[in-house]
Design a protein around this ligand. Sequence first.
Ligand code: UD1
Length: 416
Amino acid sequence: MSKYIINGKKPLRGSIKIHGAKNAVLPVLAASVVSGRESLIHNCPELSDVTESLEILRVLGCRVKMDSGTVTVDSGNLITNEVPGELMLKMRSSVIFLGALIARCKSGRVTLPGGCEIGPRPIDLHLKALRDMGIEIEDSGGIISCDARNMKSAHVHLEFPSVGATENVMLAATGARGITKITNAAKEPEIVDLQKYLNAAGFRVSGAGTDTVYIEGATAGKSAEHTIIPDRIEAATYASAILMTGGKAELCDVCPEHMQAFLSALKDCGAGIEIKNRNVLVEYKSRLKSVKHIRTQPYPGFPTDMQSVFMSLMTLSDGTSVITENIFKDRFRHVDGLVRMGADIVTDGNVAIIRGKKELFGASVSAGDLRGGAALTIAALAAEGKSTVDNLCYIDRGYERFEENLGLLGADIQRM
Ligand code: UD1
């Protein structure tokens, strides 16, 4: 199993191009099943989750090609409406294929999805919403079979603005006659990106980015070309790494407006943040101040996916920070590793109290999930001495050429 060997305390400098967003490309790849035509998707990051999604598309019968960040999917000839269990288990977002298959085949069969262990990740909201659209669902022994022959447009209200449930309903509804309305929809930028792709593919979707999304069903889609938005979580991770190591570097090709809660927290801590169109210059000016209280929330609140790297950053701040994780129940898996490096963190349920230290020290730590693994890596970059971070399979799910990019910024990091 591969691991990072990191010699810390090298300030990161230079510039880095941010890749396309993992959480945007995965639903768009699933959506490419719906149109029955060719989709040209640019700015696709090279990640293991993308490889798995392409494999699902191939199994479904799509012709798929990836070339220098552009994926071509021809979904003209589907051969099955079923995603095999072993592929479903590879990642959580495989569940979005259900909505796509429902729209295209009027049926679909998947097993419960896998993904990072960050707490219970039920799909009850997805299934309730699909049932509200008249889809018959049999859920036995973790196998979910959907019969959507009587599917109709509907008003679907989500009890919680789940990102995945919003995406699944958006996709399923493209195959339902009439206009489906989702209220209390998730407002994440990735939902807006999915709307943009669907409209390019000949469907009529509006309202994404607000809490009400409208989807007009259509009998067929058309060929589409789409460029994936930049990865705000990747950008936040590099920003935290730059600040933790006392560096100065530019993040290129980002959407700063997608990162407002995070950038505003950095500014409150005294980080130098300069926004120039699609670039953000991040500069360590002096020891960061702690934050009073960060609470993770659905967008536009502080994202749960940025919580772990922000916590790493706060371990070296001046003062005490409080972080409350409101979205996932088990998203403090990075805390043990940070404490091994000398951080002072106590947790009580979903609350973490971080007393900033002047230094962290190299240690052997293990990634427990994707973003937690990134948090440990950036802490190791800032720590005195040598660290190892293992379980890199998690990190590879969400960061393209992580060690290579960090190395270009001046980090001493190697994969063994
Ligand atoms: C997506 C993102 C993930 C991010 C999360 C929240 C992708 C591939 N993943 O995950 O990186 O951390 O949004 O911004 O885009 N819930 C239920 N029942 C359901 C669905 C969700 O109880 O049917 C709960 C979840 O357990 C969790 C919360 O709702 O506590 C948020 O989940 P959701 O917004 O659905 O996240 P994902 O789509 O899984």
